[in-house]
Design a protein around this ligand. Structure first.
Ligand code: HDE
Length: 755
């Protein structure tokens, strides 16, 4: 975690002091210029060859260099060369007829360098373009062995994985903390071939049939005329579609809940959404829904925080994931399944298992853990791995099969198809990140970017010329041996079953399962989004869908918009509540949480050093915030500053702690500036007061020790309020603060809806 706090320090403008602390630790005095700033000119030999120039055996099947130091050596070959390996003496000047003369066409190096650069970009994903990924392992518990013959689900099998998280609507360079669904796609490199679980952090989808996918995405993406807004659902076309197409109501409600703005990828659930069919060695089948359960719990930002972060650190989720892994705080999820009998009607307790707009409440079908996912390595190259990874719901292994969910059927086509455009041809499975760890003996040949040199003369079956090779697997080990499910005789129709017509009972279940705070957030989200919609008719239609969910929800949103609340058009069915849908009510581990320690040279620096160490020892990240960068000298070790008052905003911290003042009545926190004519600083620097007030407003635990309370008072925060800690010394304050942080926020601070 020290690595994280140093790294974060590096990333901050003005706040990074890790490399060159000011001389003698005096804040403000510039550090000497390092002699290492100039580019080295002498090659140092011998150097190892670049990993990708020394043959495929030095690169693991997932594209990872096998030698421990190779990753760091990527640019370290002794001489700069062309793509053909010829050494170059100059790469700064084109070949010219005289220093002021025309550039000569014969300059191959110039043409090659520009040609390659001109083609560096590939099309971004049509959806889920913005993403971040990590390598890891999946450790199977063996608990699914009785119902699936998949080898990677047998007891104690460890399978390498690559996981990519994403937003859906935004472009590749869009911000992380927008309100959106998040993708959660996992590639398992099993010994029987690749299995991809391509899920989301929301367990239902907007549509029930894949044929509507282009419609919902065209509606959610920026308007085609001005290409705005970017990565937002708060605009007319999105709300136009979802209000006309009421099967989207359930997914939309989840988006408007706190699930739409996760605190971290590490703190999200994942869902396979569709029902899948598991098959065991005896051919018995079980229907299942897949769930990922984060060990750190499910937590969200508050909306104002999310918006601020979009500007302050648009890479917030990407940075959080990479930093946590680099620091060794490896995020973990348990994979779980809900199981259902494979009945002819594929219904469970009246819920249609083929309808992807429905969940099965965990209270009806508990999630049973079947293995543990640990993400333990960051990608070495974003483009090669995160950008080029190609997931596909049709990448299945023996023991896992699909069902007739019509949404899933369309996905089985779409994911193969899209890669042809995105990755430039049919050979994308040969890219290192996509390569299976199982032996490949396909008869797929040629095509763009073919990198295999196939031998033999008979890429067809049956053949005798290649000795009949390769041979078929037995029915018990082969993939894609579809379960012989009965299909009742039917007429071809363009219709959905009647059970797909219920669009409101499950949104009502979700609403009724929320705590008052969560409901308040949902109301605020709908009000915010709809106030950005121009067409009155669209707002009124959305209110109509809300009336069919709950009168209070509809009434509050209507009041916020200044509109009449309509009455329900569908009689409400009694659905009860599913408490497991709420994010609130439990206490969770604090690994990787960020504690801001506010201080200045006049505060109790020994206490700051002690608290900082205690935060690290607890597996969290301490960031010291002071008026200027550099180091503050105390009696003990100097305290390194990671954030200046000017650069720190509360959104970066999960909790704030204000260092105490050693002498009663001392002018700490810049209060002496008041005497120099800044009356706003009478009790301390106004930026510290603002920092505290903002953290408090976002429901964060705040605390301080010995003399810090006057800044709290200045921020309108009173000792004794929920989530406010004032102690006599730093360690005690930190202990009380961390006890509060387990619940993620101080929920008592949020207002509940009026009724
Ligand atoms: Fe996707 N989806 N999707 N989707 N999806 C893609 O595939 C599609 C759906 C999901 O990190 C695309 O390789 C259709 C549901 C994730 O690389 C594309 C339909 C769920 C990712 C595609 C759906 C998802 C994608 C774009 C309706 C949750 C990112 C690039 C039938 C269970 C994977 C690509 C990554 C990506 C099509 C619906 C999850 C175009 C046609 C439901 C996590 O093929």
């Amino acid at each position: 975690l020290k690595a994280v706090s140093d790294k974060i320090a590096d990333a901050m403008p003005g706040g990074g002091t890790k490399r060159e602390g000011p001389e003698e630790g005096i804040p403000g005095k510039p550090a000497p210029v390092s002699p290492q700033l100039a580019e080295p000119v002498q090659p140092v030999e011998p150097l190892p060859p670049k990993a990708d120039q020394s043959g495929p055996e030095t690169v693991s099947p997932t594209g990872q260099p096998t030698g421990a130091d190779q990753a760091r050596m990527a640019q370290s070959g002794a001489y700069l060369t062309t793509a053909q390996g010829t050494r170059l003496a100059d790469s700064d000047h084109s070949l010219k007829a005289g220093p002021r003369g025309p550039v000569l066409l014969q300059d191959h190096h110039l043409r090659e360098k520009l040609m390659h650069f001109d083609h560096e970009r590939i099309p971004e994903r049509v959806v889920h373009a913005r993403g971040s990924a990590a390598h890891g392992v999946f450790q199977s518990y063996g608990t699914a062995q009785a119902i699936s013959k998949a080898a990677f689900l047998a007891a104690d099998v460890e399978t390498p994985v690559f996981v990519r998280f994403s937003t859906v609507l935004g472009s590749r360079g869009s911000a992380d903390t927008v309100r959106d669904t998040r993708g959660f796609a996992t590639k398992f490199y099993t010994e029987e071939g690749v299995f991809d679980l391509v899920g989301n952090n929301i367990p239902v989808f907007f549509i029930q049939d894949a044929i509507k996918f282009p419609d919902v995405i065209h509606a959610g993406k920026p308007h085609p005329d001005r290409e705005i807004p970017q990565a937002q659902s708060a605009h007319d076309t999105f709300w136009d579609f979802v209000s006309l197409h009421t099967e989207a109501t359930h997914h939309t409600l989840w988006n408007m809940s706190d699930r739409g703005i996760p605190r971290s990828y590490r703190m999200m659930e994942g869902f396979g959404v569709h029902t899948f069919r598991l098959v065991n060695a005896q051919g018995d089948t079980t229907l299942v829904k897949f769930h990922w359960k984060p060990k750190l719990g499910v937590h969200s930002l508050v909306w104002e925080e999310a918006q601020l972060i979009n500007g302050m650190d648009p890479d917030f989720h990407r940075r959080d994931l990479a930093d946590a892994i680099e620091a060794g705080a490896f995020p973990q999820w348990e994979l779980g399944i809900q199981t259902f009998p494979d009945n002819d009607d594929q219904m469970f307790e009246g819920i249609d298992l083929l309808d992807p707009t429905k969940i099965v409440p965990e209270e009806l079908a508990p999630v049973q853990a079947i293995g543990l996912l640990t993400l333990n390595a960051n990608p070495s190259n974003f483009f090669a791995e995160t950008e080029q990874v190609a997931f596909h719901v049709g990448h299945l292994v023996p023991g896992i099969d699909v069902t007739d969910d019509p949404l899933l059927a369309g996905r089985l086509f779409s994911y193969l198809d899209t890669q042809i455009t995105r990755l430039g041809g049919p050979n994308f499975p040969q890219l290192p990140i996509n390569r299976t760890h199982a032996p490949v003996n396909d008869m797929l040949r040629d095509g763009s970017h073919q990198s295999a040199v196939h031998r033999g003369v008979a890429p067809y079956k049956p053949n005798s010329l290649d000795g009949g090779c390769p041979f078929f697997a037995g029915a018990d080990t082969g993939a894609y041996i579809e379960v012989p499910v009965e299909i009742p005789s039917a007429r071809k129709v363009r219709e959905a079953p009647a059970s797909f017509d219920d669009h409101f009972s499950q949104p009502r279940l979700f609403w009724q399962s929320m705590t008052p705070v969560e409901r308040e957030h949902i109301i605020a989200a709908y009000t915010f989004e709809l106030s950005k919609v121009y067409e009155q008719a669209i707002k009124e239609r959305v209110l109509q869908t809300l009336a069919n969910i709950d009168a209070e929800l509809c009434g509050e949103v209507a009041a916020g918009l200044g509109l009449q609340a309509p009455s329900a058009t569908e009689p409400p069915t009694e659905v009860g509540a599913s408490p497991s849908l709420s994010q609130i009510g439990k206490s969770w581990p604090l690994d990787g949480r960020t504690v801001g320690i506010v201080t200045d040279a006049t505060t109790d620096l020994a206490g700051v050093a002690e608290v900082r160490q205690a935060v690290l020892d607890a597996g969290m990240v301490p960031l010291v915030i002071a008026p200027t960068g550099g180091r503050l000298l105390g009696d003990k070790d100097p305290v390194t500053v990671q954030r200046t008052y000017a650069a720190a905003r509360s959104v970066e911290f999960d909790a704030l702690l204000l260092a105490g003042v050693p002498e009663a009545g001392a002018d700490a926190y810049g209060a002496r500036d008041a005497k120099a004519g800044n009356p706003r600083a009478a009790v301390g620097d106004p930026r510290v007061v603002a920092l505290l007030a903002e953290a408090y407003q976002h429901g964060k635990a705040v605390g301080g020790w010995n003399g810090a309370e006057r800044l709290f008072e200045a921020a309108g925060i009173h000792n004794g309020e929920a989530g406010v800690v004032i102690a006599t010394d730093g360690p005690t304050a930190l202990r009380q603060l961390t006890a509060l942080m387990g619940t993620h926020r101080v929920w008592a601070r949020f207002p509940a809806p009026t009724s």
